[in-house]
Design a protein around this ligand. Structure first.
Ligand code: UD1
Length: 335
């Protein structure tokens, strides 16, 4: 079975490609290297001992998609490609709406033209906005997004629903990720954002290596046990495994399905810092600063639907996440 993976060299996509190859799938990757690195191709081959096809192109490019679907018989698509920086999306909304929506529309158009009807889509817990009830189930209201990036995820969910209504063969697994962190245990692939990181974990690791001086914790006056923001951090390898379970279900189902991929456990910013220090025996200097606009106090999943229907649940714990995130950064040649 051959799977097209868009954004397959990125943080989550590369881990999914490893799981697919390890489980006997053939893989075709399209990635424009906007937020990824070409050397991930070799890292994936090194980890798996397997080869795959790679197109260094943009998913918005209809001509390239046509070429890929002509050159390969694609059975299903995992769609990871997309812009994902919250702050940047506020500054460049046109770029975000154009890229994230057009790429998905073009992909679906070419899939249908080539009789490929199984899509696994990277959505986000951000579609729930500020949830009124915790833990968040798939039944919670969606659409209260607070930034253009989040709104693209919500809009794409609506588009995919309409496509499944118009075409009963078209099957979509909408996977709503909570906060993916960690890295492959080999240390060969992981999260490597360009420039100064916006997200917590990439920031912590760079403070630990001394590249950045100090972590700023955005507020300690939230209504949480220690006052800092609580999130549901999930190991990226667990997340990647969830995609394979969703793929198996997609192959034998029709319609659109929604799953939360989280652990169900919330950790605060201070929990993360303290666990990181304990597991890796390093100091992470921090200071408390103002709240970050748009942040919410707590967000964690009820992941029981994914367990009931996909037979998937997260197996790696906070210590694995802390160890693997640091191991990856230490193995990068810049350090
Ligand atoms: C955000 C997005 C989410 C997206 C994810 C990954 C929203 C509401 N959330 O999640 O959709 O999938 O990024 O791109 O749009 N923090 C600090 N100091 C820092 C960085 C973060 O204290 O330097 C705190 C934040 O206030 C928050 C927690 O750490 O409480 C996690 O932040 P972050 O890693 O940026 O993820 P989210 O904001 O949860």
């Amino acid at each position: 079975m051959k799977i097209l993976v868009t954004g397959g060299l990125g943080f989550i996509g590369s881990h999914a490609v490893v799981e697919l190859l390890d489980n006997g799938y053939e893989v075709v990757v399209i990635d424009n290297l906007y937020n990824s690195n070409i050397d991930v191709v070799d890292s994936i081959k090194k980890i798996t001992g397997k080869d795959f096809s790679f197109y260094q192109n943009d998913v918005c490019d209809l001509g390239v998609l046509e070429k890929i679907f002509n050159e390969h018989t694609i059975d299903a698509v995992m769609h990871f490609a997309g812009y994902k920086a919250v702050g940047e999306s506020v500054k460049k909304p046109i770029l975000y709406y154009e890229n994230n929506l057009v790429s998905t529309l073009h992909l679906c158009k070419k899939m249908i033209e080539h009789n490929c009807f199984k899509l696994i889509f990277s959505s986000s817990a951000t579609v729930y906005g500020e949830a009124k009830i915790l833990p968040i189930t798939e039944e919670c209201e969606v659409g209260g997004t607070t930034n253009p990036y989040g709104t693209t995820k919500w809009m794409i969910e609506q588009i995919l629903k309409d496509i499944t209504i118009s075409n009963p063969n078209f099957t979509v697994m909408v996977l709503r990720y909570f906060n993916p962190i960690g890295a492959h245990k080999s240390g060969l692939i992981g999260e490597r954002p360009n420039g100064i990181p916006n997200n917590l974990m990439p920031y912590i690791v760079r403070v630990a290596t001394g590249e950045l001086e100090m972590l700023s914790i955005f507020g300690d006056d939230y209504d949480t046990p220690d006052g800092t923001g609580v999130r549901d951090y999930i190991h990226v390898v667990d997340l990647a495994k969830g995609h394979l379970k969703a793929l198996e279900k997609a192959i034998s189902s029709q319609g659109i399905y929604y799953y939360n991929l989280g652990t169900g456990t919330g950790y605060s910013v201070l929990d993360l810092v303290h666990n990181f220090e304990k597991v890796n025996h390093v100091k992470v200097p921090y200071k408390i600063v103002e709240r970050r606009p748009g942040d919410i106090a707590s967000c964690y999943a009820d992941p029981s639907k994914a367990y009931k229907e996909l037979g998937w649940r997260a197996e790696l714990g906070i210590e694995d996440m802390m160890r693997d995130s640091y191991n990856f950064i230490l193995k990068q040649k810049d350090y």
